[in-house]
Design a protein around this ligand. Sequence first.
Ligand code: ZN
Length: 452
Amino acid sequence: MDIDDEILTEFYDNRYAVQGMLIYRKAALIVVREMQKILEENLEKAGHEPVLFPVLIPEDILKKESEHIKGFETEVFWVTEAGKKVLDKKLALRPTSETPVYTMFSLWIRSHKDLPMKVHQSCAVYRYETKQTRPLIRGREFLWNEGHSAFKNLDDAEKNVEEIRKIYGDLLNDLCIPYRIHRRPEWDKFPGASYTLAYDTLIEGKILQIATIHNLSEKFSEAFNIKYEDEEGNHKFVRLTCYGPSFGRLLASILNIHKDENGLKFPAKFAPTQIVLVPIFAKGNKEDVLKYCRGIKEKLVQFRVVLDESDKTPGEKFYYWEKRGAMLRIEAGPRDIENNEVVVVRRDTRKKEKIKKDELTPEKISEIFKDIDKNLREMAVKKFNEAIFTAGGIDEVKNLAGKGIITVGLCEKEECRNEIENYVSVLGVEEKEEKCVVCGKERKVAYAGKTY
Ligand SMILES: [Zn+2]
């Protein structure tokens, strides 16, 4: 991330003594809490109940579904001792919460009247990453929201997948993050899922998976014995779905996708500082200007607004706040006071506009913010679309690796896949007419790219 260290430390500090575990600081938490609030509200509107499960999972529960544990076993942190005692049963720090949640589902679900059952929690999960850790992107502790739902049948589970797609789509739209949804190939789906949908965005040409939705196979409900009694008195296994976006990765996406040569930019609702007021002093009028600015600040308390009263020059203040992504700058000096005006400067376009003080209402600001977001979204989508390529041969795949998402013909043979995966990862495969670039025979289209 080519963002000044001085600014990044306002978001997180990664100098803590456990590698791969971050300290989230104020600026990051403002952004994360905003996205968490929107997501949780929408999940709850769609019938999810908030829960908070313990962080520890007993070994036998974590290992109940064999495919699942195979996918995680090299990444689990274990608690083996407590006080002076060696524990009889090892406890895992949750790498994800399917197993504890489904243990409880098997107690909570009795009848068809208990279904659907939908729960969600925002929490930290723990994975002993062996690849190089990266702040916000690949950590050994990371923040996310996970949803877990149980249904009578596959149809209801599929409807839930659609509903979650809508909720995640709305959040990503608010965050102005462009993405593609890829149905992960068989060899890369969530352990225990019948299929996995992944949300992939791009940061500097590399693919970042920011959220996933899994429709689980019946193996989970069988392993955890989650059954319900239907209207006729038959006992049936439920169908399960689980899903989650990573808050850290969403934050990394915002920071990297929207930044420009002048520093950070944010969708206005998420900016740690939304508005900065810069008083322009002339000799002897400092108090008048400050009073005028304080009056403006009071009118805008519903936003995160800072009145920069420091001794720095206006130019220094402009530079300081621009780098931090304050999305609107309001300047006021003696001339503006005389005319009962302010100067308003947008962070995204840097356009200046004079506005009468009386017209500077929260409604007016919200209107400007909406336009800023629209602009940010359009710029991000344009850049994203410009980084989607088509490769006609394996040499082109090689050349395009690390530059974006590559569309390429690929068959189902393992040798062809391995050849491609020497350079890029396959994100998803679609049934389309295209020749395999390796062997030139069978036809499928793959989306591929270098991943974080
Ligand atoms: Zn082939």
